[in-house]
Design a protein around this ligand. Structure first.
Ligand code: AMP
Ligand code: MG
Length: 266
């Protein structure tokens, strides 16, 4: 999965990243479903250990264009995971109270505690994406945020947080298809937001904002992964595999217990 990690200090050109990439696999439905189910069971076991050890904190950041698949990724990758050990924090248009604070105020309070996995469905990166594209703050304000974000994530990492950031990469054609599906399918229609069509006209501005964010904030302590996401099954497998590999590298241990050898349950 290293091939999808943005090397710190490198310059991202998204036109060079293929959203259709499946690493040569064909994704036969039966096989990919089985593979993902297996990964999800593995993730479930690791999550239990994480919870029991109560040492590490895991922060997963999901960013994507509209219809990019943030919700679907969460649903599929965590299908087997105990809901008690995982929390999703979704970041919407800031409230008046949130806007009266610095941009990280609402974010910091949602970060994971020991033993917890928190998934950010959108994140502080909106503050250098939509905020930039729509000129919601002066240029010099969003420009200094890259450095502020790196420092903030460094603080979290220093205090025991493992951070993984995923950009789910789809192209404009795929978004068209998915928006049309939302319109056509009565069960998906509730997700259709006419605003998304307006955002779509700014596609290239968003790509530029994403390229900047991915280039400037992929660090050793909080790397970005650019996930090929036109094919949902492959997107899920890449995200699940990356999380599993990272959790395995933490070398977690079951907590030491007292000597219970003389205890009998009657
Ligand atoms: P959704 O995720 O589809 O429910 O939409 C949430 C909306 O909130 C998206 O259009 C985001 O771009 C927007 N949003 C999230 N964070 C911010 C932010 N910090 N400033 C402005 N808009 C935001
Ligand atoms: Mg939306």
């Amino acid at each position: 999965m290293d091939q999808y990690r943005v090397k710190p200090g490198s310059r991202v050109d998204l036109s060079q990243w293929d959203p259709d990439d499946t690493n040569g696999f064909d994704g036969a439905k039966k096989d990919s479903d089985k593979h993902l189910a297996m990964l999800s069971i593995k993730l479930e076991a690791l999550q239990e250990l994480l919870y029991a050890e109560r040492k590490h904190k895991i922060l997963l950041v999901l960013q994507a264009m509209d219809t990019g698949g943030k919700d679907g990724t969460i649903r599929h990758v965590f299908q087997m995971v105990d809901p008690l050990g995982v929390r999703v924090a979704s970041f919407k248009v800031p409230t008046a109270e949130e806007l009266d604070h610095d941009f990280l105020w609402r974010v910091h309070r949602q970060t994971p505690a020991r033993g917890e996995i928190v998934i950010f469905n959108r994140s502080h990166y909106e503050d250098v994406l939509i905020v930039r594209v729509h000129d919601l703050v002066p240029t010099e304000v969003w420009q200094r945020r890259f450095e502020q974000i790196n420092a903030f994530e460094r603080l979290l990492a220093d205090e025991g947080t493992t951070i993984l950031k995923f950009y789910l990469h789809i192209n404009k054609d795929e978004q068209k298809k998915r928006l049309q599906q939302r319109l056509d399918d009565p069960q998906k229609r509730w997700k259709f937001n006419p605003e998304d069509l307006k955002e779509r006209t700014r596609w290239s501005e968003y790509m530029q904002a994403y390229e900047d964010a991915l280039s400037k904030t992929s660090t050793a302590w909080a790397p970005w992964y650019i996930v090929p996401a036109n094919k949902k099954w492959y997107r899920n497998i890449v995200v699940a595999t990356t999380i599993i590999k990272t959790l395995e590298e933490l070398n977690m241990q079951w907590p030491e217990t007292k000597d219970f050898s003389k205890i009998a349950v009657r």
